[in-house]
Design a protein around this ligand. Structure first.
Ligand code: FES
Length: 155
């Protein structure tokens, strides 16, 4: 039968374990949870105008969410597809929302720039880096539009 752990033994054990736990947490930083690519994203609801089928995303620009990119200046972050969509002067463009620096999810569009809050990288509406630390452009996707119907294909 084992002896109950004394407070002193527990504290010694905890004391030797805590630095490793702290080291793990500090190394993982922002990359480990909320801002990283998340495979448990909720699919867009019916009526949103967003349908995801494998590597293809279909937009119906009359839908409640998809209509955000119906007009110039519009922006849409599709979390479940890790995708950024923007309307630039009537042309719809789409990019991966995974930051090329360390993989955080980009969900913000400010002053015509995609902004990564992890370390401050900014990307233009062509996906190119405008401010580091990222050095590589966002991955661009193929966009085909027919009126209010948009098909985006991840390549
Ligand atoms: S992950 Fe570092 S700036 Fe985006």
């Amino acid at each position: 039968m084992s002896k109950p752990t004394s407070r002193r033994v527990f504290l010694q054990t905890a004391g030797s374990t805590l630095p490793f736990v702290s080291l793990f947490l500090s190394l993982s930083g922002c990359d480990s949870y909320s801002s990283m690519e998340d495979d448990n994203d909720t699919p867009p609801p019916p009526g949103s105008g967003i349908t995801i089928e494998g590597n293809t995303v279909f937009l119906d620009l009359t839908g409640s969410e998809a209509r955000k990119v119906a007009n110039p200046g519009g922006f849409l972050h599709i979390d479940a597809a890790d995708m950024l969509v923007v309307n630039v002067e009537g042309t719809i463009r789409a990019f991966s929302s995974i930051c090329t620096h360390q993989g955080c999810e980009i969900s913000s569009f400010q002053n015509n720039r995609f902004v990564c809050f992890c370390h401050g990288s900014q990307f233009g509406t062509d996906g190119q880096v405008l401010q580091g630390p990222a050095t590589r452009a966002l991955t661009a996707y193929t966009v085909e539009r027919d009126g209010n119907r948009v098909r985006i294909t991840k390549s």
